[in-house]
Design a binder for this molecule. Sequence first.
Ligand SMILES: [Zn+2]
Length: 144
Amino acid sequence: MKIRPRSPNFSDRPGERTGEEADALRTKFPEYAKHGSKFDRAIDTVLAGGVKESVFLPSGRKVITVVGRLGDEFINPGKPYCSCSNFFFSVLGGREETCYHLLSYRMAVETGKLDVVKFSDEEYGAYLTATVRDVFEVLRRSTS
Ligand SMILES: [Zn+2]
């Protein structure tokens, strides 16, 4: 069973995606330009379809993940919260305003590029197991 479809065209060279789509996003969100390289990464992530909202039915439970440069991260835009180490160290530490995953989510929502994937409630356990494993793997790689 393929639990979480991935985007086949995700660039591993963030910020290097060019062209009309990227320019359109830069123009649409001038207020995010202050985030510098995070903004470029967010544009890359949004265009690659990396912002995913997994909806479990019939409960309607939602999990939002962002497939970033290193792998999946859980985000909770309402709090806000992100499982990445940048959020943990720099955002919670008060040095930075946001991480690029949360920035990606905001841009994806506003441009209708949020990738909504529906699952049945029975798949929730397998989904969480797979995603948590990814998040741990990312954490392990980013802190080693
Ligand atoms: Zn993050």
